[in-house]
Design a protein around this ligand. Sequence first.
Ligand code: 5AD
Ligand code: SF4
Length: 433
Amino acid sequence: MPKKLFIETLGCQMNVRDSEHMIAELNAKEPYELTTDSTEADLIIINTCSVRERPVHKLFSELGLFNKKKKEGAKIGVAGCTASHLGKDIIKRAPYVNFVLGARNVSKIAEVVEKDKSVEIDINYDESDFAFKDFRSSPYKAFINISIGCDKSCTFCIVPKTRGDEISIPAELIVNEVKKSVANGAKEVFLLGQNVNNYGRRFSGEHDKVNFTELLRMVSKVDGLERVRFTSPHPLHMDDEFIEEFATNDKICKSMHVPLQSGSTEILKEMKRGYTQEWFLNRIEKLRAMSPEVSISTDIIVGFPGESDADFEESMKVAKAVKFEQMFSFKYSPRPHTEAAEYTNVIDSEVASERLLRLQTFQDGVVDEVMRVQVGKTHEVYFELLRSDGFISGRSDNNFLVKVEGSEELLGEIRKVRITDAARMSLTGELLA
Ligand code: 5AD
Ligand code: SF4
């Protein structure tokens, strides 16, 4: 009987891929069967996120619950970014935790599971050319890491402290992963990095210097691959060559996540983002001009230390000017080991909440309009998920979630869909021929 593994993944797509890597490495040592019920698991892993404070609080209450209801003898492990930043303190606070494995150490999972109370959180560890075993939760879409770590020093962000310095994964390994995924049935790959368009600045050994635009060209030449997505580019490194490749390469899906963080040039300086409002708007203008069908999503933080009413209005101004197709907005949350956590010009929590509400209310209106005007349009949808309500769903090239009535023969197919109805989160349509 294979052991049962329950794994909960919080945070970003990078974590989703790290969980797949852990499953693959564990399985290479001994067979595990995945379960969605923690009470029957022999091994429980929480792959954590520490980008904001709330998920960290939630971790300890969740751990307590898992421990109370776990099967006799089951092991509990904490992995990911919170593991990196709290390390052995996790075991101090929750002594029943069996191991702690940092976000940059996932390749060591099979060893760590064997050693009770082991804590492996070396942020200098280099996994950039580690050949992970194969496991993918979806055969249709393959997440593929192109770099590890992050070299930026945004003053609000804990990630450089949890994932360490940035090292690019050699291009030949990436292309091999793409070929393997395509051979296994994926028509779409999703390239992942903390800062994808910084790709190629540093490799751990001697490798050909390939920049991100060149990597996109290499990847999209793989036979049988139909779609390439990536996340996230940094606005500072969005040069003309990159935008032109994005716009003219038919394999690249026309949706881009461009994290603004703040619309105020002053606050951007305090955040050490390296660009101004004008630069950001100029890049978006070029992107929309070259690629009129593009969907642009963004992240915005409100209530960063020192953010005045006028600074916040600058974020509103950019939101109004760009009309992002999607926005993730957050109240600033001070994080340990970050520069901004030391700033004393803290914004009152209620003021920050009001700003967030204003921004989100405005954005809801934008999204409703964006979705409404899709009705009657035709999108090419890559079907990936069979739902229990008789619908099958997938993503349009520009990343709208689209569902149609249909059955499993559509899975893994790219088909034309005419949109008949719109809601805030998804579109409904009918298949064309
Ligand atoms: N407080 C609030 N939001 C944050 N993010 C990163 N760090 C913080 C923080 N300290 C947001 C950024 C980032 C997204 C993943 O999370 O907007 O792009
Ligand atoms: Fe991903 Fe950042 Fe959260 Fe780590 S802290 S899981 S890198 S979003």
